[in-house]
Write a protein that binds this ligand. Structure first.
Ligand code: FBP
Length: 300
């Protein structure tokens, strides 16, 4: 007779399988996305759900990933920043994708990424529902960071879509050295300006801001520090989207021993009922993220 233990172990096996298949699909697609970039630098005509006009490259990456991830048995829903609604593609887990994070970096030929989150829930999901997250970084080499089962791993993706681990059990270094805060400085609220000035006065801290969250977060994972796209005076929820950017990056950084926050609580505790909802994002070494919360709590 089948027991509860059998059911749990079947469930774990099936999540393991979907996670591995999603990674395979993302790694296989990454070289194709990269190859497609030079000829897809122009904007398309229609706005995406966030009111931005995507590049042909955003749409191309989204279509490829939807097709590949949507084909995986055990994936029930595919959603992306580029689509107004989540798509039903089968039955099972939900996968949220930011197909080309930081695509305004395409023109100046700077870093971009692809972000993926797997949720055990219909969408919009909560931070408690996240089972795994990953991102590809299109830098001088193509790397992929994954967070699953309490472990963060870094891989190199080859041009044929195969991938090999280069760092296992990735953790944030204890002594942070980099910081990067997005948004116009003039639009920051006073508490954020004050805190950034404090960070800047520390001679061990260097400004690193590249305009693609994934590139900036990868520096924090590598050197230790803090990345933020903060609350702004005219946009209290900042710019980044919780399902596509906030939860996955919060999950990855927390799994690597760091902290995440929306300014008041862990990103994983944030609850929003809109698929495209935004949230302020602060991720990095715990002491630095605690500093953000301490400054912002002054105005409560
Ligand atoms: P997209 O997903 O539309 O590219 O927007 C996200 C993003 O590019 C982040 O990667 C980055 O941190 C932020 O926007 C940069 O915004 P800004 O250009 O305002 O600095």
């Amino acid at each position: 007779m089948a027991t509860d233990d059998d059911a749990t172990s079947d469930r774990v096996n099936s999540v393991d399988r979907v996670f591995k298949k999603v990674l395979d699909a993302v790694a296989k697609t990454a070289p194709e996305i990269r190859e497609g970039l030079p000829t897809r630098r122009a904007k398309v005509e229609t706005e995406n759900p966030s009111g931005e006009t995507p590049l042909a490259a955003d749409v191309y990456a989204d279509e490829l990933l939807c097709e590949r991830i949507g084909d995986i048995e055990g994936v029930g829903t595919y959603a992306s920043e580029e689509r107004p609604e989540a798509q039903t593609v089968g039955s099972g887990l939900s996968v949220c994708v930011d197909p080309l994070d930081g695509s305004s970096n395409l023109k100046p030929n700077n870093t971009m990424g692809t972000i993926v989150a797997i949720y055990d829930s219909p969408l919009p999901a909560t931070g408690d529902d996240i089972l795994a997250a990953a991102y590809v970084l299109f830098g001088p080499t193509m790397t992929m960071i994954t967070a699953y089962d309490d472990t963060v791993t870094e891989y190199v993706i080859q041009d044929d879509g195969t991938y090999q681990a280069i760092r296992v059990d990735v953790t944030l270094p204890d002594d942070p050295t980099v910081y990067g805060f997005g948004g116009r400085v003039a639009d920051w609220v006073d508490e954020i300006t004050e805190y950034v000035r404090e960070i800047e006065s520390d001679p061990s801290m260097k400004l690193r801001y590249g305009g693609a969250m994934i590139g900036d977060v990868n520096q924090v994972l590598t050197y230790g520090g803090i990345f933020a796209y903060p609350t702004l005076a005219d946009a209290p929820e900042g710019k980044l989207r919780i399902q596509f950017e906030g939860y996955p990056v919060g999950y990855i950084v927390e799994t690597a021993g760091g902290a995440s926050s929306d300014g008041h609580q862990s990103l994983l505790a944030v609850e929003k009922d809109d698929l495209h909802a935004r949230t302020p994002v602060y991720v990095g070494n715990e002491s630095l993220v605690d500093g953000v919360e301490a400054h912002l709590s002054d105005d409560d």
